[in-house]
Design a protein around this ligand. Structure first.
Ligand code: UPG
Length: 586
């Protein structure tokens, strides 16, 4: 009351809302007027932000929180009444005829697509100090994830426009950031001239954090570091939907005739090898929602794509998050829970969170929901009475929960591809990766890089090159297959048919070799490589690479992740590349 005269009419309104919502404790410790007045104003700036960035405002946030906290206290199972079963989807085999025709269709559709990268997460499990999109996907060329993603989108744009006989269409590229990643993402783009993309083609949408909750009444938590602030935490990647909607981008895209929105995550160096074909599946099957999936090892930290059928007859195909799949299975007639079957994999395909949404039905749905996604809460209770929390909690949401509100008529499908060509994220620090059960993927910087070499080697193998077998090696306590270090620019090999068209004769590559292809029209013919070859062809130059190349090449020298004299992005992979000798061709 005493401080009311300091506030603008809008701020008085916000104060009233807070009091009506049972949040008077937020003001209890406020100083007399004249003391900390600027902090008090800043408090209301924060409340205004929290209010405007959440669909329905703080009132809606607190109401939902009370409901979810009551359900959690009562031990209510979010899957009550649902029985899980294994759904059927489109299963693709890299390189076969159907894959090639889906790829072709996907490239044609790409100029009607927008790409959305969710990159607001800090990646606590990895513990890397920088932003994850700035990490090198591989250290042979040092290309970071963001560069690789942008170059793939540009390559798709060019190929798609070429097939349509035009050159003007630009594929929109959106990055969702957060306060944890925004400034560094902008700096990475600006210091690298947007990696060749027009700055106007890239849009950044920053997600806001949400208010923390102290108890089952959803009393907002005071920030432990500043009594004039509400403590906040990330709300999750599900924010991307409301941000796309409220920014007006979806409507702009719709008006411009776009048909697809593709969502993807911060560190998957293989993803774009699977994108043309999965976009082709969306277009051919007319899916409103298509999630890309890979065979999943039981207990692997990726969600399971599951058909959930309710006793009332409803049924949906949805991701069940990795921490919920095992308890759900045990509670519904699968006493062993999340286990591998005779194939060596869990029967539930693993969600890699590459989603393709059909824009028309997406806008229709969002105009009803405003982009709000079904949330959940995960409080850590002090004891069995479930009355107080060990630390404050908050509501969270996930982008893959979008289909939960869709009507039964929605066409929700998924596409399964082999992990070797579609999924190799960098999520785990070396210590945790080394503890992953044998046979399960490490999801580390080491395995992420090795997966790129393996995929490229296998793809060239399928395209007719004799690529030597890998050797087993241990880096940072992880046993990995070390294949020849083969990399190429997306413009060289966007699709399998394009790659095949650039290889002829008898080509071979030994295990200790490195091959870097930087041009676009580079043709390998009767190449015998044993060492390192870098092909630097100019954009429109046609280069034929023939004959035998033999030199000392580049070797991998082990480094220990604990050795802090080595840069962090190198030591988290457990090796550095020793560039001894190479041949360069232009
Ligand atoms: N992210 C945000 N904002 C947030 C939290 C995360 O943008 O508030 C981004 C993050 O940068 C990353 C993505 O979301 O690009 C996923 O975050 P991550 O921590 O890597 O997700 P996980 O908990 O490992 O799980 C997600 C899905 C899961 C799926 C898996 C596949 O929830 O279903 O199997 O990714 O990698």
């Amino acid at each position: 009351q005493k401080n009311l005269h300091l506030l603008s009419p809008q701020q008085v309104e916000l104060a009233k809302i807070l009091l009506e919502l049972g949040q008077s404790h937020l003001f209890e410790h406020w100083a007399e007027p004249g003391v900390d007045d600027n902090e008090k104003k800043a408090f209301f700036d924060q409340v205004a932000r929290l209010n405007s960035s959440y669909p329905g405002g703080l009132a809606s946030y607190i109401k939902t929180a009370r409901g979810l906290l009551a359900d959690s206290k009562a031990g209510k199972n979010p899957f009550d009444g649902f029985t899980p079963s294994v759904p059927t989807g489109e299963v693709l085999t890299f390189g076969d005829d159907s894959f090639i025709s889906f790829e072709d269709r996907g490239v044609r559709e790409a100029r009607k697509a927008a790409f959305v990268l969710v990159a607001g997460g800090l990646g606590e499990r990895l513990g890397y100090n920088g932003i994850k999109v700035a990490l090198p996907a591989e250290t042979t060329t040092g290309t970071c994830f963001l560069q690789s993603y942008i170059e793939y989108v540009l390559a798709l744009q060019e190929a798609s426009n070429r097939l349509a006989g035009e050159s003007e269409t630009e594929i929109p590229f959106v990055i969702m950031t957060s306060d944890d990643t925004h400034t560094r993402t902008v700096a990475l783009l600006e210091s690298n001239s947007y990696f060749g993309m027009k700055p106007s083609q890239v849009k950044l949408l920053k997600q806001e954090k949400v208010a923390c909750l102290d108890d089952n009444e959803a009393r907002l938590a005071v920030d432990p570091h500043n009594k004039y602030r509400i403590q906040t935490k990330p709300h999750g990647h599900g924010d991307v939907h409301s941000l796309l909607y409220s920014s007006g981008l979806l409507q702009n895209w719709h008006n411009a005739g776009l048909r697809w929105v593709l969502f993807f995550q911060d560190t998957n160096g293989l993803l774009f090898k699977a994108i043309p074909a999965s976009l082709g599946v969306s277009a051919t099957r007319e899916y409103h929602v298509n999630s890309l999936a890979v065979p999943r090892k039981a207990k692997e930290a990726i969600g399971g794509i599951t058909r959930l059928t309710h006793t009332d007859g409803r049924s949906m195909v949805i991701n069940v998050e990795y921490n919920q799949l095992d308890p759900l299975l045990r509670a519904t007639g699968f006493p062993d829970g999340d286990v591998n079957n005779e194939t060596g994999y869990s029967p539930f395909p693993g969600n890699i969170n590459q989603l393709i949404l059909e824009l028309g039905s997406y806008i229709e749905e969002l105009s009803k929901t405003g982009g709000a996604i079904k949330e959940f809460v995960n409080p850590k209770y002090k004891d069995a009475t479930k009355t107080s929390f060990k630390s404050s909690t908050r509501l969270e949401c996930m982008m893959q929960d979008y289909p939960k509100t869709l009507p039964p008529s929605a066409r929700v499908g998924f596409t399964v591809m082999d992990s070797w060509v579609a999924y190799a994220p960098v999520k785990n620090n070396p210590e945790d990766a080394a503890k992953v059960p044998k046979g399960n993927p490490y999801h580390s910087a080491t395995s992420g890089e090795m997966a790129i070499y393996r995929a490229n080697s296998l793809i060239l193998g399928k395209a007719g090159v004799k690529v030597a077998d890998p050797v087993e090696q241990v880096f940072n306590g992880q046993e990995v297959e070390l294949w020849p270090r083969i990399t190429w620019k997306p413009k060289w090999g966007l699709t399998f048919s394009e790659i095949k068209s650039k290889i002829s004769g008898n080509c071979s590559i030994s295990q200790r070799s490195t091959l870097v292809i930087k041009g676009k029209s580079v043709y390998l013919k009767d190449l015998s490589l044993d060492g390192t070859l870098i092909v630097n062809a100019a954009e429109d130059a046609e280069v034929k690479v023939e004959g035998s190349v033999h030199n000392k090449g580049w070797t991998l020298e082990p480094v220990d992740y604990k050795d802090t004299s080595v840069p962090e992005e190198i030591r988290i992979r457990g090796f550095r590349i020793n560039k001894i000798e190479q041949e360069e061709r232009n």
